[in-house]
Ligand binder design. Structure first.
Ligand SMILES: Cc1ncc(COP(=O)(O)O)c(C=O)c1O
Length: 432
Protein backbone atom coordinates (compact mmCIF):
# COMPACT_ATOMS: atom_id res chain seq x y z
CA UNK A 1 0.00 0.00 0.00
CA UNK A 2 1.43 3.42 -0.93
CA UNK A 3 1.77 6.10 1.73
CA UNK A 4 -1.06 7.99 0.00
CA UNK A 5 -3.33 4.98 0.25
CA UNK A 6 -2.38 4.43 3.87
CA UNK A 7 -3.07 8.08 4.74
CA UNK A 8 -6.40 7.98 2.95
CA UNK A 9 -7.39 4.84 4.82
CA UNK A 10 -6.52 6.46 8.15
CA UNK A 11 -8.24 9.72 7.12
CA UNK A 12 -11.42 7.85 6.27
CA UNK A 13 -11.57 6.54 9.86
CA UNK A 14 -11.66 9.97 11.44
CA UNK A 15 -12.90 12.38 8.74
CA UNK A 16 -16.10 11.72 6.73
CA UNK A 17 -14.95 10.40 3.37
CA UNK A 18 -11.37 11.13 4.43
CA UNK A 19 -11.55 14.78 3.35
CA UNK A 20 -12.56 18.16 4.75
CA UNK A 21 -14.20 19.24 1.48
CA UNK A 22 -15.89 16.75 -0.85
CA UNK A 23 -14.23 17.47 -4.21
CA UNK A 24 -10.82 16.61 -2.73
CA UNK A 25 -11.92 13.00 -2.41
CA UNK A 26 -11.36 12.19 -6.12
CA UNK A 27 -14.84 10.66 -6.30
CA UNK A 28 -15.45 12.27 -9.70
CA UNK A 29 -12.24 10.92 -11.19
CA UNK A 30 -11.77 7.72 -9.20
CA UNK A 31 -8.64 6.56 -7.41
CA UNK A 32 -6.97 7.72 -4.21
CA UNK A 33 -6.55 11.44 -3.52
CA UNK A 34 -3.00 12.75 -3.32
CA UNK A 35 -1.84 13.95 0.07
CA UNK A 36 0.29 17.08 -0.04
CA UNK A 37 3.34 17.55 2.14
CA UNK A 38 4.32 21.00 0.91
CA UNK A 39 4.22 23.38 -2.03
CA UNK A 40 6.75 25.79 -3.55
CA UNK A 41 6.03 28.09 -6.47
CA UNK A 42 4.16 26.10 -9.12
CA UNK A 43 5.01 22.73 -7.57
CA UNK A 44 3.34 20.38 -5.14
CA UNK A 45 5.27 17.73 -3.24
CA UNK A 46 3.17 14.76 -2.24
CA UNK A 47 3.49 12.62 0.86
CA UNK A 48 4.76 9.74 -1.24
CA UNK A 49 7.58 11.83 -2.65
CA UNK A 50 6.28 12.99 -6.04
CA UNK A 51 6.73 16.44 -7.55
CA UNK A 52 3.68 17.71 -9.45
CA UNK A 53 3.05 20.87 -11.43
CA UNK A 54 -0.04 22.26 -9.75
CA UNK A 55 -2.79 23.71 -11.94
CA UNK A 56 -5.39 23.61 -9.17
CA UNK A 57 -3.63 26.20 -7.01
CA UNK A 58 -5.84 25.80 -3.98
CA UNK A 59 -8.87 26.19 -6.24
CA UNK A 60 -7.66 29.52 -7.55
CA UNK A 61 -6.61 31.10 -4.25
CA UNK A 62 -2.88 31.22 -5.01
CA UNK A 63 -2.23 33.91 -7.62
CA UNK A 64 1.47 33.90 -6.74
CA UNK A 65 1.90 30.18 -6.29
CA UNK A 66 2.78 28.19 -3.19
CA UNK A 67 4.72 29.67 -0.29
CA UNK A 68 5.38 32.99 -2.02
CA UNK A 69 8.15 34.64 0.06
CA UNK A 70 6.41 38.04 0.25
CA UNK A 71 3.15 36.52 1.47
CA UNK A 72 4.76 34.03 3.85
CA UNK A 73 6.98 36.81 5.21
CA UNK A 74 3.93 38.95 5.96
CA UNK A 75 2.15 36.05 7.67
CA UNK A 76 5.18 35.19 9.81
CA UNK A 77 5.56 38.80 10.85
CA UNK A 78 1.88 39.02 11.80
CA UNK A 79 1.98 35.68 13.67
CA UNK A 80 4.76 36.89 15.93
CA UNK A 81 2.48 39.75 17.02
CA UNK A 82 -0.33 37.37 18.00
CA UNK A 83 -2.81 35.29 16.05
CA UNK A 84 -5.99 37.14 16.86
CA UNK A 85 -7.57 39.51 19.32
CA UNK A 86 -11.25 39.67 18.48
CA UNK A 87 -10.66 43.40 18.44
CA UNK A 88 -9.94 45.93 15.71
CA UNK A 89 -6.42 46.02 14.28
CA UNK A 90 -4.40 48.38 12.07
CA UNK A 91 -3.81 45.64 9.48
CA UNK A 92 -7.56 45.30 8.84
CA UNK A 93 -7.78 49.00 8.08
CA UNK A 94 -4.85 48.83 5.68
CA UNK A 95 -6.34 45.79 3.97
CA UNK A 96 -9.82 47.34 3.62
CA UNK A 97 -8.36 50.61 2.33
CA UNK A 98 -6.26 48.74 -0.22
CA UNK A 99 -9.18 46.60 -1.39
CA UNK A 100 -11.49 49.61 -1.74
CA UNK A 101 -8.80 51.49 -3.66
CA UNK A 102 -8.58 48.68 -6.23
CA UNK A 103 -12.32 48.45 -7.02
CA UNK A 104 -13.77 51.71 -8.26
CA UNK A 105 -17.30 51.07 -7.00
CA UNK A 106 -16.50 49.45 -3.65
CA UNK A 107 -16.52 52.01 -0.83
CA UNK A 108 -16.71 49.63 2.11
CA UNK A 109 -15.90 45.99 2.74
CA UNK A 110 -16.74 43.60 5.53
CA UNK A 111 -14.23 40.79 6.02
CA UNK A 112 -15.37 37.24 6.66
CA UNK A 113 -13.62 33.87 6.61
CA UNK A 114 -14.89 32.08 3.50
CA UNK A 115 -16.63 32.67 0.20
CA UNK A 116 -19.65 30.86 1.60
CA UNK A 117 -19.89 33.38 4.41
CA UNK A 118 -19.44 36.33 2.03
CA UNK A 119 -22.33 35.15 -0.16
CA UNK A 120 -24.54 34.23 2.80
CA UNK A 121 -24.07 37.73 4.19
CA UNK A 122 -24.57 39.36 0.78
CA UNK A 123 -27.90 37.60 0.46
CA UNK A 124 -29.03 38.63 3.93
CA UNK A 125 -27.96 42.19 3.16
CA UNK A 126 -29.93 42.16 -0.11
CA UNK A 127 -32.99 40.79 1.66
CA UNK A 128 -32.66 43.27 4.50
CA UNK A 129 -32.16 46.24 2.18
CA UNK A 130 -35.06 45.41 -0.16
CA UNK A 131 -37.49 43.78 2.28
CA UNK A 132 -37.90 40.94 -0.25
CA UNK A 133 -37.20 37.23 0.24
CA UNK A 134 -36.53 35.65 -3.14
CA UNK A 135 -33.21 35.31 -4.95
CA UNK A 136 -32.55 34.50 -8.59
CA UNK A 137 -29.45 32.44 -9.32
CA UNK A 138 -28.12 30.61 -12.36
CA UNK A 139 -27.85 26.87 -12.74
CA UNK A 140 -24.26 25.68 -12.52
CA UNK A 141 -23.02 28.74 -10.64
CA UNK A 142 -21.70 27.76 -7.22
CA UNK A 143 -21.94 30.26 -4.42
CA UNK A 144 -20.78 28.23 -1.43
CA UNK A 145 -22.80 25.93 0.77
CA UNK A 146 -25.32 28.15 2.54
CA UNK A 147 -28.93 26.88 2.46
CA UNK A 148 -30.29 29.39 -0.06
CA UNK A 149 -27.53 28.64 -2.54
CA UNK A 150 -27.64 24.82 -2.52
CA UNK A 151 -30.51 24.94 -4.95
CA UNK A 152 -30.76 23.76 -8.53
CA UNK A 153 -33.39 24.25 -11.21
CA UNK A 154 -36.85 22.91 -10.37
CA UNK A 155 -39.43 21.61 -12.83
CA UNK A 156 -40.14 24.99 -14.37
CA UNK A 157 -38.59 28.43 -14.54
CA UNK A 158 -41.25 30.09 -12.45
CA UNK A 159 -41.31 27.61 -9.61
CA UNK A 160 -38.76 27.68 -6.82
CA UNK A 161 -35.67 25.52 -7.10
CA UNK A 162 -34.98 22.12 -5.62
CA UNK A 163 -32.53 21.75 -2.78
CA UNK A 164 -29.39 20.06 -4.01
CA UNK A 165 -28.46 18.80 -0.56
CA UNK A 166 -30.29 16.93 2.15
CA UNK A 167 -30.94 19.22 5.08
CA UNK A 168 -31.86 22.30 3.08
CA UNK A 169 -35.47 23.13 4.01
CA UNK A 170 -37.87 22.99 1.03
CA UNK A 171 -39.20 26.39 2.09
CA UNK A 172 -35.72 27.88 1.76
CA UNK A 173 -35.16 26.29 -1.65
CA UNK A 174 -38.54 27.64 -2.77
CA UNK A 175 -37.24 31.18 -2.30
CA UNK A 176 -34.41 30.60 -4.77
CA UNK A 177 -35.38 30.75 -8.43
CA UNK A 178 -33.00 29.30 -10.98
CA UNK A 179 -32.36 30.26 -14.61
CA UNK A 180 -29.90 28.81 -17.13
CA UNK A 181 -26.59 30.72 -17.33
CA UNK A 182 -26.27 33.04 -20.32
CA UNK A 183 -30.06 32.94 -20.84
CA UNK A 184 -31.28 36.48 -20.42
CA UNK A 185 -34.75 35.64 -21.79
CA UNK A 186 -35.23 33.13 -18.95
CA UNK A 187 -34.10 35.70 -16.36
CA UNK A 188 -36.48 38.26 -17.88
CA UNK A 189 -39.35 35.78 -17.75
CA UNK A 190 -38.71 35.10 -14.05
CA UNK A 191 -38.41 38.80 -13.26
CA UNK A 192 -41.61 39.57 -15.17
CA UNK A 193 -43.42 37.04 -13.02
CA UNK A 194 -41.75 37.51 -9.61
CA UNK A 195 -39.60 40.65 -9.95
CA UNK A 196 -41.39 42.47 -7.12
CA UNK A 197 -40.44 39.66 -4.71
CA UNK A 198 -36.84 39.28 -5.79
CA UNK A 199 -34.22 40.80 -3.50
CA UNK A 200 -31.27 40.07 -5.75
CA UNK A 201 -29.92 38.34 -8.79
CA UNK A 202 -26.64 36.60 -7.97
CA UNK A 203 -24.23 35.47 -10.65
CA UNK A 204 -20.64 34.43 -11.19
CA UNK A 205 -19.70 37.05 -13.79
CA UNK A 206 -17.48 34.41 -15.39
CA UNK A 207 -18.85 31.03 -14.37
CA UNK A 208 -16.11 28.75 -13.11
CA UNK A 209 -17.97 25.98 -11.32
CA UNK A 210 -19.32 24.08 -14.32
CA UNK A 211 -15.88 24.29 -15.81
CA UNK A 212 -14.98 27.71 -17.14
CA UNK A 213 -17.95 29.29 -18.94
CA UNK A 214 -17.62 32.98 -19.84
CA UNK A 215 -20.64 35.26 -20.07
CA UNK A 216 -21.91 35.93 -23.55
CA UNK A 217 -21.68 39.54 -24.75
CA UNK A 218 -24.41 41.61 -23.16
CA UNK A 219 -25.44 39.03 -20.53
CA UNK A 220 -24.10 40.90 -17.50
CA UNK A 221 -25.24 44.28 -18.86
CA UNK A 222 -28.74 42.85 -19.32
CA UNK A 223 -28.79 41.56 -15.74
CA UNK A 224 -27.81 45.02 -14.53
CA UNK A 225 -30.66 46.62 -16.50
CA UNK A 226 -33.12 43.96 -15.37
CA UNK A 227 -32.34 44.42 -11.68
CA UNK A 228 -32.61 48.19 -11.98
CA UNK A 229 -35.96 47.84 -13.69
CA UNK A 230 -37.36 45.65 -10.91
CA UNK A 231 -35.77 47.34 -7.89
CA UNK A 232 -33.66 44.27 -7.12
CA UNK A 233 -29.96 44.24 -6.27
CA UNK A 234 -27.26 42.67 -8.42
CA UNK A 235 -24.67 40.53 -6.63
CA UNK A 236 -21.51 39.53 -8.45
CA UNK A 237 -19.94 36.52 -6.80
CA UNK A 238 -16.31 37.24 -7.63
CA UNK A 239 -14.84 34.69 -5.22
CA UNK A 240 -13.00 33.21 -8.21
CA UNK A 241 -13.00 36.11 -10.68
CA UNK A 242 -11.90 38.89 -8.30
CA UNK A 243 -8.25 39.73 -9.13
CA UNK A 244 -8.08 36.72 -11.45
CA UNK A 245 -8.23 38.61 -14.76
CA UNK A 246 -6.80 41.98 -13.76
CA UNK A 247 -5.86 44.03 -10.70
CA UNK A 248 -9.51 44.48 -9.78
CA UNK A 249 -12.86 42.72 -10.14
CA UNK A 250 -14.32 41.35 -13.36
CA UNK A 251 -17.18 43.81 -12.94
CA UNK A 252 -14.73 46.72 -12.99
CA UNK A 253 -12.92 45.22 -16.00
CA UNK A 254 -16.11 44.80 -18.01
CA UNK A 255 -17.75 48.02 -16.83
CA UNK A 256 -20.80 46.51 -15.10
CA UNK A 257 -21.20 47.71 -11.53
CA UNK A 258 -23.02 45.34 -9.18
CA UNK A 259 -24.55 46.45 -5.89
CA UNK A 260 -22.68 43.85 -3.87
CA UNK A 261 -19.42 42.12 -4.71
CA UNK A 262 -18.35 38.91 -2.99
CA UNK A 263 -14.65 38.20 -2.88
CA UNK A 264 -12.54 35.34 -1.53
CA UNK A 265 -9.69 33.08 -2.62
CA UNK A 266 -7.06 35.44 -4.15
CA UNK A 267 -7.73 38.30 -1.74
CA UNK A 268 -6.69 36.05 1.15
CA UNK A 269 -3.39 34.96 -0.40
CA UNK A 270 -4.17 31.35 0.52
CA UNK A 271 -5.45 32.00 4.03
CA UNK A 272 -9.11 31.91 5.11
CA UNK A 273 -10.25 35.40 4.13
CA UNK A 274 -13.20 36.63 2.09
CA UNK A 275 -15.18 39.83 1.96
CA UNK A 276 -18.28 41.49 0.64
CA UNK A 277 -18.27 45.06 -0.51
CA UNK A 278 -20.30 47.78 -2.13
CA UNK A 279 -21.39 51.39 -1.86
CA UNK A 280 -21.35 52.90 1.64
CA UNK A 281 -25.12 53.44 1.92
CA UNK A 282 -25.80 49.78 1.29
CA UNK A 283 -22.91 48.40 3.35
CA UNK A 284 -23.98 50.53 6.32
CA UNK A 285 -27.14 48.42 6.52
CA UNK A 286 -24.90 45.85 8.25
CA UNK A 287 -24.60 45.72 12.04
CA UNK A 288 -23.56 47.64 14.09
CA UNK A 289 -24.92 50.57 12.03
CA UNK A 290 -27.83 48.85 10.36
CA UNK A 291 -30.41 46.16 11.04
CA UNK A 292 -28.72 43.31 9.08
CA UNK A 293 -26.81 41.18 11.56
CA UNK A 294 -23.44 39.63 10.78
CA UNK A 295 -20.46 38.84 12.99
CA UNK A 296 -17.41 36.58 13.32
CA UNK A 297 -14.86 35.75 16.03
CA UNK A 298 -12.02 35.33 13.52
CA UNK A 299 -13.22 37.87 10.92
CA UNK A 300 -10.40 40.13 9.76
CA UNK A 301 -7.93 37.77 11.41
CA UNK A 302 -4.44 39.35 11.51
CA UNK A 303 -2.70 36.46 9.72
CA UNK A 304 -5.27 36.38 6.95
CA UNK A 305 -5.35 40.13 6.37
CA UNK A 306 -1.54 40.21 6.40
CA UNK A 307 -1.51 37.57 3.63
CA UNK A 308 -4.28 39.44 1.81
CA UNK A 309 -2.55 42.79 2.01
CA UNK A 310 0.75 41.32 0.83
CA UNK A 311 -1.10 39.77 -2.12
CA UNK A 312 -2.91 42.96 -3.12
CA UNK A 313 0.32 44.95 -2.87
CA UNK A 314 2.12 42.37 -4.97
CA UNK A 315 -0.66 42.51 -7.59
CA UNK A 316 0.11 46.22 -7.87
CA UNK A 317 3.82 45.52 -8.51
CA UNK A 318 3.67 42.34 -10.58
CA UNK A 319 2.96 42.49 -14.31
CA UNK A 320 1.26 39.09 -14.27
CA UNK A 321 -1.94 40.22 -15.96
CA UNK A 322 -0.04 41.87 -18.78
CA UNK A 323 2.14 38.79 -19.26
CA UNK A 324 -0.46 36.06 -19.08
CA UNK A 325 -2.50 36.43 -22.30
CA UNK A 326 -4.14 33.15 -23.33
CA UNK A 327 -1.23 30.95 -22.38
CA UNK A 328 -2.10 27.47 -23.64
CA UNK A 329 -1.49 27.10 -27.36
CA UNK A 330 -2.87 24.52 -29.69
CA UNK A 331 -5.81 22.24 -30.19
CA UNK A 332 -6.36 18.92 -28.49
CA UNK A 333 -8.11 15.94 -30.01
CA UNK A 334 -11.27 15.03 -28.13
CA UNK A 335 -10.88 17.93 -25.73
CA UNK A 336 -12.21 21.45 -25.96
CA UNK A 337 -10.08 24.01 -24.19
CA UNK A 338 -11.77 27.05 -22.68
CA UNK A 339 -9.23 29.54 -21.40
CA UNK A 340 -9.36 33.07 -20.17
CA UNK A 341 -6.18 34.58 -18.74
CA UNK A 342 -4.91 32.29 -16.00
CA UNK A 343 -8.04 30.13 -15.89
CA UNK A 344 -8.90 27.16 -18.08
CA UNK A 345 -10.90 23.97 -18.41
CA UNK A 346 -10.40 20.98 -20.68
CA UNK A 347 -13.95 19.89 -21.54
CA UNK A 348 -14.44 16.31 -22.67
CA UNK A 349 -17.11 17.13 -25.26
CA UNK A 350 -17.40 18.56 -28.72
CA UNK A 351 -17.81 22.33 -28.57
CA UNK A 352 -17.52 24.68 -25.62
CA UNK A 353 -20.52 24.71 -23.26
CA UNK A 354 -22.42 27.95 -22.62
CA UNK A 355 -24.48 26.70 -19.68
CA UNK A 356 -24.86 23.79 -17.26
CA UNK A 357 -27.12 21.71 -19.50
CA UNK A 358 -24.45 21.73 -22.18
CA UNK A 359 -21.61 21.17 -19.70
CA UNK A 360 -23.45 18.13 -18.37
CA UNK A 361 -23.05 16.40 -21.73
CA UNK A 362 -19.32 16.11 -21.05
CA UNK A 363 -17.91 12.60 -20.90
CA UNK A 364 -16.96 12.68 -17.23
CA UNK A 365 -15.49 9.17 -17.33
CA UNK A 366 -13.16 10.33 -20.10
CA UNK A 367 -12.21 13.31 -17.94
CA UNK A 368 -11.35 10.87 -15.14
CA UNK A 369 -9.03 8.99 -17.48
CA UNK A 370 -7.53 12.23 -18.74
CA UNK A 371 -7.00 13.48 -15.18
CA UNK A 372 -5.17 10.32 -14.14
CA UNK A 373 -3.08 10.20 -17.29
CA UNK A 374 -2.02 13.80 -16.68
CA UNK A 375 -1.26 12.97 -13.03
CA UNK A 376 0.94 10.11 -14.20
CA UNK A 377 2.86 12.72 -16.19
CA UNK A 378 3.30 14.99 -13.19
CA UNK A 379 0.45 17.41 -13.92
CA UNK A 380 -2.11 18.07 -11.19
CA UNK A 381 -5.43 19.33 -12.58
CA UNK A 382 -8.66 19.84 -10.62
CA UNK A 383 -9.94 16.36 -9.80
CA UNK A 384 -13.36 16.92 -11.44
CA UNK A 385 -14.61 17.89 -14.90
CA UNK A 386 -16.82 20.75 -13.71
CA UNK A 387 -14.04 22.78 -12.17
CA UNK A 388 -11.56 25.37 -13.39
CA UNK A 389 -7.79 25.02 -13.49
CA UNK A 390 -5.53 27.93 -12.65
CA UNK A 391 -2.17 29.30 -13.71
CA UNK A 392 -0.29 31.39 -11.17
CA UNK A 393 2.44 33.97 -11.55
CA UNK A 394 4.82 31.28 -10.29
CA UNK A 395 4.24 29.03 -13.31
CA UNK A 396 7.04 29.04 -15.86
CA UNK A 397 7.09 28.60 -19.61
CA UNK A 398 8.43 25.10 -18.93
CA UNK A 399 5.41 24.32 -16.72
CA UNK A 400 3.03 25.40 -19.48
CA UNK A 401 5.01 23.49 -22.09
CA UNK A 402 4.79 20.37 -19.90
CA UNK A 403 1.03 20.84 -19.57
CA UNK A 404 0.57 21.31 -23.31
CA UNK A 405 2.81 18.36 -24.20
CA UNK A 406 1.07 16.02 -21.77
CA UNK A 407 -2.40 17.09 -22.90
CA UNK A 408 -1.44 16.70 -26.57
CA UNK A 409 -0.02 13.26 -25.91
CA UNK A 410 -3.11 12.26 -23.98
CA UNK A 411 -5.51 13.50 -26.57
CA UNK A 412 -3.86 11.67 -29.45
CA UNK A 413 -3.27 8.00 -30.09
CA UNK A 414 0.43 8.44 -29.60
CA UNK A 415 1.16 8.53 -33.34
CA UNK A 416 0.04 12.08 -33.70
CA UNK A 417 -3.08 10.80 -35.49
CA UNK A 418 -5.39 11.42 -32.58
CA UNK A 419 -8.69 9.71 -32.11
CA UNK A 420 -9.79 11.43 -28.97
CA UNK A 421 -9.22 10.95 -25.29
CA UNK A 422 -10.94 7.60 -25.16
CA UNK A 423 -7.88 6.30 -27.00
CA UNK A 424 -5.84 3.40 -25.65
CA UNK A 425 -3.13 5.18 -23.64
CA UNK A 426 -5.73 6.70 -21.34
CA UNK A 427 -7.68 3.54 -20.90
CA UNK A 428 -4.57 1.54 -20.14
CA UNK A 429 -3.38 4.03 -17.57
CA UNK A 430 -6.70 4.01 -15.83
CA UNK A 431 -6.72 0.26 -15.51
CA UNK A 432 -3.19 -0.02 -14.20
C1 LIG B 1 -17.80 31.47 -7.12
C2 LIG B 1 -17.68 30.89 -5.73
N1 LIG B 1 -18.39 31.43 -4.75
C3 LIG B 1 -18.31 30.97 -3.49
C4 LIG B 1 -17.48 29.92 -3.18
C5 LIG B 1 -17.40 29.44 -1.77
O1 LIG B 1 -16.18 29.80 -1.22
P1 LIG B 1 -15.57 28.99 0.03
O2 LIG B 1 -15.20 27.64 -0.49
O3 LIG B 1 -14.42 29.83 0.46
O4 LIG B 1 -16.65 28.91 1.07
C6 LIG B 1 -16.72 29.33 -4.18
C7 LIG B 1 -15.84 28.20 -3.86
O5 LIG B 1 -15.26 27.56 -4.70
C8 LIG B 1 -16.83 29.83 -5.49
O6 LIG B 1 -16.14 29.28 -6.49
Amino acid sequence: MSLNEELFKRAAQVIPGGVNSPVRSFRSVGGTPVFIERGAGSKLYTSDGRELIDFCMSWGALLFGHADPDIIGAVLKAAVDGTGFGAATRREVLFAEKLCSMISYVEQVRCVNSGTEAVMTAIRLARGATGRDKILKFDGCYHGHSDSMLVSAGSGLLTGGLSSSAGVPAATAADTLVAPYNDIAAAEEIMKHSGDQIAAIIVEPVAANMGLVPPEPGFLEALRALTHRHGALLIFDEVITGFRFGPTTFGALCGVEPDITCLGKIIGGGLPLAALGGRRTLMEQLAPLGPVYQAGTLSGNPLAVAAGLATLEKIGRDRFFERIGNPIPGKFQGLELQQKGGAFTFFCRKGLPRNLAEAKTCDTAAYGRFFHAMLERGIYLPPAQFETAFISAAHTGADLAALTAAASEMSSDGNGQGDGISAEPLRRLNEE
